[in-house]
Design a protein around this ligand. Structure first.
Ligand code: 5GP
Length: 185
């Protein structure tokens, strides 16, 4: 018998396959290309989770665009986000008068992102929209948070892969999966 590798780990339940993800990203890219025609667009990826989504999404947007990255740490009360964020890595270039799309891996409570959008909003961008690969609407505390471009809506379960980790592991999985038994992960 062949021993399972990381990609065939029996503790993972695949939710969205590589093919489903690729097809959806092509659609999102077409939508963004149409929405931002003739505009100066900057994609701002939120590290580290958005790195895979960002890399795939930008290659499906047929526009003259720039990319930048931010890293924030959200303060947690136990395992729950409190909404206080610290900027660990700021943007390299100013976003004043630019059309910005913030690129996230997943929106859960929405607290981290709401705060981050407030911070970016104070910097004079022409517009700020949000693209999140996954939307987990059930635990949403910040109900007013609008996701303009969503990859997939997921159930209220802890998911990994395609940039999302569990204690640093699984970011390299080409699919999205639920960890069946987190204690065995
Ligand atoms: P929020 O402030 O929206 O509660 O926190 C969002 C952040 O929590 C995401 O950017 C992500 O890093 C992490 N997160 C929330 N849900 C999940 C999940 O199901 N899986 C993983 N790997 N991270 C998650």
């Amino acid at each position: 018998m062949i021993a399972p590798t990381e990609f065939t780990n029996p503790n993972l339940d695949v939710l969205y396959s590589e093919k489903q993800i690729r097809d959806r990203i092509i659609e999102l890219g077409e939508q963004i290309t149409a929405d931002y025609a003739g505009k100066e667009l900057v994609l701002v990826g939120v590290l580290k989770g958005s790195c895979v989504f960002m890399a795939d999404l930008m290659r499906e947007i047929d526009l003259n665009l720039a990319i930048d990255f931010m890293a924030v740490s959200s303060y947690k009360d136990g395992s729950k986000s409190t909404g206080d964020v610290e900027i660990l890595k700021d943007l390299t270039n100013p976003i004043r008068d630019k059309h910005v799309i913030v690129v996230e891996d997943i929106v859960d409570t929405g607290l981290t992102l709401s705060r981050l959008l407030e911070i970016l909003d104070s910097r004079g961008a022409a517009s700020i929209k949000l693209a999140s690969f996954l939307d987990k609407p059930e635990p949403r505390i910040k109900k007013e948070l609008k996701i303009d471009y969503t990859g997939f809506v997921v159930p209220n379960k802890f998911v990994v892969g395609y940039g999302l980790d569990a204690a640093g592991r699984y970011r390299n999985l080409p699919f999205i999966a639920v960890v069946k038994d987190p204690s065995a992960a």
